[in-house]
Write a protein that binds this ligand. Sequence first.
Ligand code: TMP
Length: 237
Amino acid sequence: MESKLLYEGKAKRVFATDNPDEVLISYKDSATAFDGQKKGTIVGKGKVNNLMSAAMFGYLEQKGIPTHFVRLVSQTEMIVKHVQIIPFEVVVRNVVAGSLSKRLGIPEGVVLDEPVREIYYKDDELHDPLVNDDHIRLLGKADQRTVDTLREMATKINSLMKPFMAARGLTLVDFKLEFGLFKGEIILADEISPDTCRFWDSQTNEKLDKDRFRRDLGGVEEAYEEVLRRISGGVNK
Ligand code: TMP
């Protein structure tokens, strides 16, 4: 069956299904970093990101977080609710890394007493700028209540994901979330994967995420597989 391609991004394709309320996401092995300047392939990434996202959405649903996940279709494909994406990304940080380290001059690895939350405006041409509540009001793409809800949901998701990862020997350093509107409700969308989170091995602090690709650390495929192995197996906290 030929399905209509609705959207093609850097890491996934979205297809229409027979049900207007659902779309199919197909995860790709292609990877980009630094706003698309660096390009490559991570063999098996599509599978890891699809299966890991399914596992995380299942866990979060069970804990009361509404998500777009409906069901897996194959190793690299899932059916999700057809949401309207809210054009703001929420980043939650537990440990200093990446752009926070650069922006504020704090070394990577400093553990934060309280999670730091940031909102970025999803706009490729503007390179997804960091925005504050006044900027969001000025942009007029979401009202204050929606933004407050995104922050609250992201905080709750962090408090659920941190112990889940810790039980699997992973420090949840930071992650990025996207949300969508479905029949008037704000639900978690996009993906939860080594592309969108930083995971460090709890014992060794070895990086087990996309930073291995971004920073040419080698062992990229192995790190993705290792995270999936730890998420899929093991304890069910
Ligand atoms: P950052 O330190 O580069 O701002 O990234 C923070 C977190 O957000 C990190 O876990 C990676 C994730 N992220 C994305 O998922 N997509 C992006 O485009 C960027 C810049 C970061």
